[in-house]
Design a protein around this ligand. Structure first.
Ligand SMILES: C[S@@+](CC[C@H](N)C(=O)[O-])C[C@H]1O[C@@H](n2cnc3c(N)ncnc32)[C@H](O)[C@@H]1O
Length: 301
């Protein structure tokens, strides 16, 4: 890859304006089969220039230089080689909020927003004034922090077995001014969580089976933390333990809301059916029509 103006035409004839940088980079990414190549180019350039993305459009004729251009070129090269944009720029938008990310946490995905939508609906249906929520496998904290911003009276335990991930979650909680709502707990599921009941257990656990490892994009497998992705041969190792331990922790009528994939849907349905104390409520499809979130409910007796 070469972004040097000299490589094509003399710079004085055709300078590397913002418009030209974006056009060239989007085309470069497109050749590598990435989706949304233009958006990726814009996110990288906006971050390199430290300006909102929309501002690029009002500055089309500007010719960037110095460190910002150097950073941009280096990011373009690294992204073309597979490194995710979010790790390069250190952040990702989720539910219209900006979350810090690094390679210790999964990059928040739009599908996970369905967990938020279902959790808010569950809190409404329970008529709770102070919802007690456990977010198991919090990673960047995108679920816990978003719920705290949407449900300001909530008390949330954000749990993860990765200390490094919890540091990112804490930073995000502070940045969004919801640190007081969120207790950060380093724990394997509920093992280290003080004995208490929750109205909601929400989770986006690792659910990719080693059998489907080859279906995972290289940029995901090579850069995102494997503890956030893989869960045994069938992808069920964490979910099985999560379902069993959630029964103990949910209050009567409390909701279990878990992100899943179509690969494990049938096994999850069977698991909920055979778990005494839980009843199946519904399955939610994501924006692409894939099975994505299961909702179950704690029933007594
Ligand atoms: C798929 S990521 C989800 C991160 C974040 N909640 C999101 O939706 O983007 C799963 C997270 O679960 C954590 N995790 C995996 N096994 C766990 C366990 N047994 N107990 C607690 N956390 C676990 C991983 O460290 C990772 O941060």
């Amino acid at each position: 890859m070469n972004l040097e103006p000299q490589s094509t035409e003399p710079p004085e004839k055709e300078p590397w304006t913002i418009k030209r940088l974006l056009d060239w980079t989007a085309e470069h990414f497109e050749k590598r089969d990435t989706d949304n190549p233009r958006l990726r180019a814009e996110v990288l350039l906006a971050e390199a220039l430290d300006c909102p993305r929309i501002e690029l459009y009002t500055q089309f004729a500007t010719v960037p230089s110095g460190d910002s251009l150097k950073n941009f070129r280096s990011w373009v090269k690294r992204h073309a080689a597979g490194e995710p944009v979010a790790y390069l720029v250190g952040s990702k938008e989720f539910y219209s909020l900006k979350f810090s990310v690094d390679t210790n946490v999964l990059i928040p995905r739009p599908e996970t927003e369905h967990v938020i939508i279902e959790a808010i609906e569950a809190v409404k249906s329970l008529g709770l004034s102070v919802p007690r929520i456990a977010d198991v496998g919090t990673g960047s904290g995108c679920i816990a922090v978003t719920l705290a911003t949407q449900l300001p009276a909530s008390q949330i335990c954000a749990i993860d077995l990765s200390r490094a991930a919890l540091d990112v979650a804490q930073r995000n909680a502070n940045d969004h001014n919801v640190g007081a709502n969120i207790q950060i707990i380093e724990s394997d599921l509920f093992a280290e969580v003080p004995d208490q009941q929750f109205d909601l257990v929400v989770s986006n656990p690792p659910y990719i089976g080693t059998a489907e490892q080859n279906t995972v994009a290289d940029s995901v497998r090579d850069f995102e933390p494997h503890v956030a992705l893989f869960a045994g041969q069938e992808g069920m190792d964490v979910i099985r333990r999560l379902v069993a331990s959630s029964v103990e922790r949910l209050s009567e009528n409390g909701y279990l809301i878990v992100e899943i994939s179509p690969f494990i849907l049938e096994r999850c349905q069977a698991l909920i059916r055979e778990t005494s104390g839980l009843e199946w409520v519904k399955l939610v499809n994501d924006y692409s029509g894939h099975a994505r979130v299961l909702v179950a409910r704690r029933v007594m007796g």
